[in-house]
Design a protein around this ligand. Structure first.
Ligand code: PLP
Length: 430
């Protein structure tokens, strides 16, 4: 029996797995196996030829991973998902599945430091140019586009600035050219649904809110199934020309009997097969556990973050607060259009007294963990200038919005009184 619902809260508990057909196990079993017995040689041949979809080898697919992928697909209202070893692998695959040496992508400047490095340096070494543009002006994406532009990329709620990205505006520009908008929705699962606004692909670091308990690294790419890869065939050669790596398959044609999954299928059977950034079955299981309570946790993260932001705003030593709910004009319009049910769990602020004040504040925290992560159930704090963004040049740090005196909070789900009490005693130490 398949449970039907339009609500992610329900689908995250029921999509993709009802009970194990052999044992009746309600929890998704951890299929800790490398390989799968073929029924006969014909079955094996059909699986390898993609005439039939099924399990071959855990580097490419696994039943626990499959249940996770189906739940993520349901959460976002997409067509198919590929779960991967990390969020970084997901960002890389999302681009590398379309752009080859000599091609380019256009990305928002407002990115997680690791993604910035990947795009500015590693992709460049692979011959792919990343053109960074300021997301405040959607038209900047059009201006940076040429015949070799294969994809647009942005984060929904990038920290440190916490300016919500203009999803519909940039997606519409991309559609004119046949260029998909890829959204890193890591900071806003459930509360932002990029596909409803024209986004083509979502990328996640599962490590954050989806896992939720700070115990596993993982990533995923979700395909909306709504992007027309054939509308401008010459724009997307990876999906529209014969693939020498898979019997000359032209992916948009080959998948026609299977549904609109050309992008994800190519990523799985080419990139994942060759590069091997596979998620472990055990981590897939832990992310399924995280998904079961994600909707509830997001509610509490949002509620607590709003209370923390209000408290921070009243502090004399704080010179600037970053929180989407407090923005004005076009930024507030974007926040209210694209985020539903809250403004996310992140709050940033700048302290009077430069980098020293930031360091003192973080060192005085007792309950908050000082870690390079966001989206844990526990409250977390960090000074990005000296940590997550430290491998960028000072100019690059400033371009992504990181100032020396900036502190980032990932507000957890503890009782709000305890969160504020800890922040209050740390502020007294500055
Ligand atoms: N995207 C965002 C927005 C992130 O914050 C991170 C990690 O902090 C990543 C991607 C990379 O994810 P992972 O650490 O799972 O590789």
């Amino acid at each position: 029996m398949t449970v039907q619902s339009k609500h992610p809260e329900t689908l995250l508990l029921h999509a993709g797995h009802r009970a194990d057909p052999t044992t009746g196990s309600v929890a998704v079993p951890i299929h800790q196996t490398t390989s799968y017995q073929f029924q006969d040689t014909g079955h094996a041949t059909r699986l390898f030829a993609l005439e039939e979809l099924g399990f071959i080898y855990t580097r490419i697919m696994n039943p626990t991973q499959d249940a996770l992928e189906q739940r993520l697909t349901a959460m976002d209202g997409g067509a198919a998902t590929l779960a991967l070893a990390s969020g970084q692998a997901a960002s890389h695959f999302s681009m590398f599945n379309l752009a080859w040496s000599g091609d380019n992508i256009v990305s928002s400047t407002d990115l997680y430091g690791g993604t910035w490095n990947l795009f500015a340096n590693t992709l460049k070494q692979q011959g792919i140019e990343c053109r960074f543009v300021d997301p405040e002006d959607p038209e900047a994406f059009r201006e940076a586009t040429d015949d070799r532009t294969r994809a647009y990329y942005a984060e929904t709620l990038p920290n440190p600035k916490l300016h919500v990205f203009p999803i519909a505006e940039v997606a519409a520009i991309g559609k004119e050219f046949g260029i998909p908008l890829i959204m890193d929705n890591t900071a806003t699962p459930i509360i932002c649904q990029p596909f409803e606004h024209g986004g083509a692909i979502n990328v996640y670091s599962l490590t954050k809110y989806i896992g939720g308990h700070g115990n596993s690294i993982g990533g995923a790419v979700v395909d909306s199934g709504n992007f027309d890869w054939e509308a401008h065939k010459e724009r997307q050669p990876a999906l529209n020309t014969p693939d020498p790596s898979y019997h000359g398959a032209v992916w948009v044609e080959a998948v026609k009997p299977l549904g609109p999954i050309a992008y994800i299928l190519r990523m799985r059977v080419d990139l994942l097969r060759d590069v091997g950034a596979a998620i472990s079955p055990h981590n897939a299981f832990l992310f399924i556990q995280g998904l079961e309570t994600l909707a509830l946790r997001m509610e509490r993260h949002c509620e607590n973050a709003e209370a923390v932001a209000s408290w921070v705003k009243d502090q004399k030593k704080v010179t600037k607060v970053y929180f989407p709910g407090f923005q004005e004009g076009e930024l507030k319009r974007r926040a209210d259009t694209y985020l539903k049910g809250g403004y996310g769990g992140l709050v940033g602020f700048e302290l009077d007294g430069g980098a020293d004040a930031g360091r003192k504040f973080i060192e005085a925290l007792k309950m908050h963990y000082h870690v390079a992560n966001i989206g844990d159930a526990r409250s977390l704090a960090i000074h990005p200038w000296s940590t997550t963004h430290s491998q960028l040049s000072d100019e690059e740090k400033l371009a992504t919005g990181v100032n020396e005196n900036y502190v980032r909070l990932s507000v957890g789900i503890e009782h709000i009184d305890d969160i504020i009490a800890d922040l209050d005693q740390a502020m007294a130490a500055v």
